[in-house]
Write a protein that binds this ligand. Structure first.
Ligand SMILES: [Zn+2]
Length: 484
């Protein structure tokens, strides 16, 4: 199958950087891009008209929990635990997670993947689906919905344990537990890496910096080097973790990753905001501190602003990370899985962090959501429109109420376009969204199923909350019910 796209604005990659090509064409043959240019004289089977659109590389989302995150929506906004520095980790999220049934997880996964595609997001670093649906189940959902995803089972040899009150500590298992997880991850990689015509990319997912021991982190690094796989771990994601790492190792989370060797170009850190020098951790950097370690290591920080902003937290400044030399990518983490929303928030949060309109520019954020993500997952054939790159493409309408007036389409994409402006999405050369509708799943049915699953979860909260609180006690409604 070959087709061409005639676009008003095309983000073409010239081998070094993204460039804006006006009134040009992109030609796709099979699953790869054949040509990007002003004109094309060859034959194609079909032309797609994007004469009012922005044709851009499909966005790369470097941190998402597809099978669990919809439960957070309509529940965790405006809510957090003060004794955990406003985080919902270790408390509300635990109760919500325990209230999910197994069958909810597949419903949620399908919904999250659909949400991603509808926001122009074609590649995911998805964490959790293999654990909750099994390897075959996860691959089946990815196959059906038609997205590209990094997958793998979780690896850990520790877990969080509430010892008393608000004291969360790491409870360590025998080292064999972690090594068994690593073996399973290796098996997954050998079986599925490259499956679905390359839409499955195997990855190693050591769980968290404080639930993977030093020995396990070293083993993961060794095996990832051997197999050439990307790795992602949670680190610098809340104040409690930062403090616990200091207590356990007298090292910050980033210093510990550096110590074990896991801090390397294959590593994507979700979320990497709680680092030395951040105002909320009150731990001044020595020399260049954690930011310098991150930059020198070549590791990637997955900046996932929305979920943290809702807790009153933020990565301190996107631009300052970039200026220090850190590769920053963008992820959604939780619902809504909307990369446009994340990009906008990344831009605004950076401006607020620096009190500076020049911070968090549309260019910086767009680069993070495309080339930054591609670098993080070690792929030079994604996140760009260039001959030979995989045909993962999103077309955003630039003629509607949200978009006009247009002078600089990247600024409009970051500042004013909505998910509903994403009209066409192509993954691996196959059209999966057309006229703003998913072709691979029934959106109406997905929405109904998600609502039903979530209502069951709200009912089960009291039996799973450590203080047996009801849903409305954990997360009070914004409005009181009507009287009389
Ligand atoms: Zn996460």
């Amino acid at each position: 199958m070959s087709f061409g796209i005639k676009g008003k604005f095309i983000v073409g990659f010239d081998g070094e950087e993204h460039r804006l090509l006006e009134d040009g064409v992109v030609v796709v043959e099979g699953r790869r891009i054949k040509h990007v240019g002003k004109t094309y004289s060859g034959e194609v089977e079909r032309w797609i008209d994007a004469s009012k659109g922005l044709v851009m590389p499909g966005l790369i989302n470097t941190h998402i929990h597809a099978s669990s995150s919809p439960k957070d929506k309509s529940f965790l906004e405006d809510v957090g635990a003060r004794h955990f520095y406003m985080s919902s980790l270790g408390e509300n999220l635990t109760a919500l997670g325990m209230s999910m049934r197994n069958e909810d997880k597949e419903t949620f996964a399908r919904y999250s993947l659909a949400e991603c595609l509808l926001s122009g997001n074609t590649t995911l670093v998805e964490i959790g689906m293999v654990g909750s649906l099994g390897a075959e189940g996860a691959v089946k959902v990815i196959d059906e919905v038609g997205i590209r995803a990094l997958e793998g089972p979780g690896i850990r040899d520790g877990t969080w344990e509430r010892t008393q009150g608000a004291n969360i500590q790491t409870k360590w298992f025998e080292p064999e537990v972690g090594l068994k997880g690593l073996e399973e991850a290796e098996e997954f990689a050998k079986r599925y890496d490259g499956a679905l015509d390359g839409r499955i990319i195997a990855a190693f997912y050591p769980d968290k910096v404080d639930t993977c021991s030093e020995g396990l982190q070293r083993s993961v690094k060794e095996k990832a080097d051997e197999l050439g796989l990307p790795v992602s771990i949670h680190a610098g994601q809340w104040v409690v973790e930062f403090q616990n790492m200091l207590r356990m190792y007298r090292k910050t989370p980033v210093e510990f990753l550096h110590h074990t060797g896991l801090l390397c170009p294959r590593l994507i850190i979700g979320h990497g905001w709680a680092i030395s020098g951040h105002p909320l951790v009150a731990y001044p950097p020595v020399g260049g501190g954690d930011l310098q370690l991150l930059a020198e290591s070549g590791a990637t920080v997955s900046h996932d602003p929305v979920v943290f902003v809702k807790r009153g937290n933020k990565l301190h400044s996107h631009s300052r990370y970039l200026a220090a030399g850190v590769n920053v990518s963008i992820g959604t983490d939780s619902a809504p899985q909307d990369m446009l929303n994340e990009m906008r928030m990344a831009s605004y949060v950076s401006k607020l962090a620096d009190w500076d309109c020049h911070s968090g520019t549309s260019r910086e954020v767009f680069y993070s959501a495309t080339l930054g993500g591609a670098k993080g997952i070690g792929r030079s054939d994604l996140g760009r429109l260039a001959p030979g790159a995989l045909a993962d493409i999103a077309i955003v309408d630039m003629s509607g109420i949200n978009a006009v007036p247009v002078r600089d389409p990247i600024r409009n994409l970051v500042n004013s376009c909505q998910r509903s402006d994403v009209k066409t999405v192509i993954v691996n050369g196959k059209i999966v969204v057309e006229d703003g509708r998913l072709l691979t799943a029934d959106q109406g049915k997905i929405a109904e199923e998600v609502q039903r699953a979530a209502e069951g979860i709200y009912e089960r909260i009291p039996e799973n909350h450590y203080l047996n609180l009801k849903a409305d006690e954990v997360s009070p409604q914004s409005l009181k019910p009507w009287r009389g």
